[in-house]
Write a protein that binds this ligand. Structure first.
Ligand code: GDP
Length: 492
C-alpha cells in the first residue's frame, strides 16, 4: 500500500468520524406534523421545507435571515421509516398545470439541517458554525385516537362500539354492519372468513361515519380509517363481537387475539418509538371544512381534537402516562387553508379554532405544553379582492383564484381555465357563534377548491434539455409565525 493511499484512507476515515461526531453534537428538534386526513399536512410540510431550504422564495421570513443561513436535506436518522417524498410533492405543485400532491397515508420522516453563523462576534471570528437538525415526522391524526383503545379490553371495546353503532343514524354501511353484528356467527373452519367479512363491514361503517362527520371521540381503531402499511394484514382483520350472541368461541378467540396484537404490534410501538420522542408539534385543523358543513360538524371536530389532546395529556393511570412520558413542550394548532377567506377573516378563524380547542382542553385532563393558535395557508392560492357592496351595503371581502376541476357554486359548474372572484362569506365576530345552528346554516359559506399557484422560472437549457425549474415566490399565510413558534428559540 502506498503512503498516499494510506493518507487518503486516513483522512477519509477522519472526515467520516468528524461528520459522525459533528452529527452527534448537532442539536436536533423532532417536529411532529399531524391532523386528520386532508387537514393539509402534506402541503404544509412541503411549504415548510421549501421555506427552510430555499429562503429566496420568501425573504420575509425574518428568522431565516441570520448571517450565512442555509438549509439543506440530509439522510434521515430512522432507517425504518419511509422518507417524506418532498421532491415528488414539490414537482406536483410545480407541474403545468399545477396539481395538489397525494395526501398523507402513513408515517414518514424528513431531516432538514440548518447552518448559520453565530450572532456573537467572537464565535464568528473563531469560524464556528451553528447547526440544527429538524426531523419532521408526518403522521395521520387518526392514529392518536388509539390511545383510548389501550385502556380497553376486547369485551369493553365490543360493548362500547356496539352501543355507538346502535345510536348512529341509519346508513347503508352502518345497517350492513349491524345486521352482521346481530346474528349468530359461524366459527370452526369458517372463522377466518367470518373475521374478514366482519372487518370489512366494520371498516366500511367507520368510513361512512367519518364521511358524514360523525366519528365519536372513541371511534376506532385508527388504522381502520388510515391503515398505513398494514392494509390487508391479519392484524387489521378483526371486529367487535357481541359475546352473548356468539357461541363460536374459536371465532371470538381469533378476533380477540388480533385485537390484542393490534395494540401490541401497532399502537404501542407507534407511541413508544415515534410519538414519545416528538418535542414540538403542529396540529393542522380544517376548521373551514367543518364550518362549511355546519355547527354539528364543528362539534364533531371538537370531539376529534379531544381525542388528539388525550394523547398529549395522558392521565397518570393510563398506559401512555405510565410507560412513556411525552416530551412535547409546544403545540401549535393551525387552522389550515385560510386563503379560502379574505384576510379580514383570518383572526376570526384563529379565534374559532381557539374556542374549539379550549372546550376540548377543559375536558381533557392533565397539564399542558406551551400552546399557540394561528390561521395559516401553507400555499396561498388566492388574492384578496374587495367588491363594493350594493346600495349602501358593506363591501364584500372576496377572494380570487382558479378552481380545480369538478367545483360547483350555487349549482353551476365552474370553469377551470380562468380566475374567479368568490365571496366566501364572513365568519362570525363572536367565535362561540360557530357552534350555533341559528347563526351559521350549513351551506351559508361557500368555499371553492382552488388550484395551487406557485411562481416558477425555468433556468436556460443547454439546447437539448430544458433548464431546471425553480420556485421564484412561494405565497402563503403566516408561515413565518409557524417558523417562529416551532423553532424560533433554537435559532440564536
Ligand atoms: P393531508 O391529508 O393532511 O396530507 O392533506 P393535504 O396536505 O394533502 O391537503 C388536502 C387538500 O387540502 C389539498 O389537496 C388541497 O386541496 C387543500 N389544501 C391543503 N393546504 C392548502 C392551502 O394552504 N391552501 C389551499 N387553498 N388549499 C390547501
Amino acid at each position: 500500500m502506498r503512503l498516499s493511499d494510506l493518507t487518503d484512507q486516513t483522512s477519509d476515515a477522519l472526515r467520516q468520524a468528524g461528520a459522525y461526531i459533528d452529527d452527534l453534537t448537532t442539536p436536533t428538534v423532532r417536529l411532529g406534523v399531524t391532523g386528520l386526513s386532508r387537514a393539509g399536512k402534506t402541503v404544509f410540510i412541503t411549504a415548510f421545507v421549501n421555506a427552510l431550504t430555499d429562503h429566496s422564495a420568501d425573504p420575509a421570513i425574518k428568522l431565516l435571515n441570520l448571517p450565512g443561513m442555509r438549509g439543506f436535506l440530509e439522510p434521515q436518522p430512522d432507517d425504518a421509516l419511509p422518507r417524506f417524498n418532498y421532491e415528488g410533492h414539490l414537482a406536483d405543485l410545480m407541474a403545468a398545470p399545477p396539481e395538489w400532491p397525494e395526501s398523507t397515508r402513513h408515517i414518514s420522516q424528513l431531516r432538514v439541517t440548518l447552518e448559520w453563523q453565530p450572532t456573537d462576534w467572537l464565535r464568528r471570528q473563531a469560524g464556528i458554525q451553528r447547526r440544527l437538525h429538524i426531523d419532521i415526522i408526518d403522521y395521520p391524526g387518526e392514529w392518536l385516537a388509539d390511545v383510548g383503545l389501550l385502556e380497553q379490553s376486547f369485551t369493553e371495546w365490543s360493548e362500547h362500539t356496539a352501543r355507538l353503532a346502535r345510536d348512529a343514524p341509519p346508513g347503508p354501511a352502518r345497517d350492513a354492519w349491524l345486521a352482521f353484528a346481530n346474528k349468530a356467527l359461524a366459527g370452526g373452519r369458517q372463522a377466518e372468513q367470518v373475521a374478514l367479512e366482519g372487518a370489512r363491514l366494520f371498516q366500511a361503517y367507520l368510513g361512512e361515519q367519518k364521511a358524514a362527520g360523525r366519528l365519536q371521540p372513541s371511534s376506532g381503531p385508527g388504522r381502520f380509517l388510515m391503515p398505513g402499511d398494514f392494509e390487508g394484514s391479519p392484524v387489521l382483520t378483526f371486529c367487535p363481537l357481541d359475546g352473548r350472541l356468539n357461541e363460536a368461541s374459536d371465532l371470538e378467540a381469533l378476533v380477540k387475539r388480533r385485537f390484542d396484537s393490534y395494540k401490541t404490534l401497532i399502537v404501542k410501538p407507534f407511541f413508544e418509538k415515534h410519538f414519545s420522542r416528538i418535542e414540538r408539534q403542529i396540529v393542522l385543523v380544517d376548521v373551514l371544512g367543518a364550518l362549511n358543513q355546519g355547527p354539528r360538524a364543528v362539534v364533531e371536530m371538537e370531539n376529534a381534537l379531544e381525542r388528539a389532546l388525550a394523547a398529549f395529556r395522558p392521565g397518570r393511570e393510563s398506559w401512555v402516562g405510565r410507560w412513556i412520558s411525552p416530551r412535547v413542550d409546544s403545540i401549535l394548532f393551525a387552522a389550515s387553508k385560510a386563503d379560502h377567506l379574505n384576510r379580514q377573516n383570518h383572526d376570526r378563524l384563529a379565534a374559532i379554532l381557539e374556542k374549539i380547542v379550549e372546550r376540548a382542553q377543559t375536558r381533557a385532563s392533565g397539564a399542558g405544553a406551551r400552546i399557540g393558535f394561528s390561521a395559516i395557508a401553507a400555499l396561498r392560492c388566492t388574492e384578496d379582492v374587495t367588491r363594493q357592496g350594493r346600495d349602501g351595503e358593506d363591501d364584500l371581502n372576496c377572494v380570487r383564484g382558479t378552481p380545480v376541476p369538478g367545483q360547483t357554486l350555487d349549482g353551476r359548474a365552474l370553469a377551470t381555465d380562468q380566475a374567479l372572484t368568490v365571496f366566501p362569506g364572513d365568519l362570525p365576530t363572536d367565535p362561540l357563534d360557530a357552534f350555533e345552528p341559528a347563526v351559521i346554516e350549513p351551506g351559508s359559506l361557500s368555499f371553492v377548491r382552488f388550484r395551487p399557484r406557485l411562481e416558477t422560472e425555468a433556468a436556460a437549457g443547454d439546447g437539448t434539455t430544458e433548464g431546471e425549474l425553480t420556485v421564484q415566490r412561494w405565497p402563503h399565510v403566516s408561515l413565518e409565525r409557524v417558523v417562529q413558534f416551532l423553532i424560533g428559540d433554537r435559532l440564536t
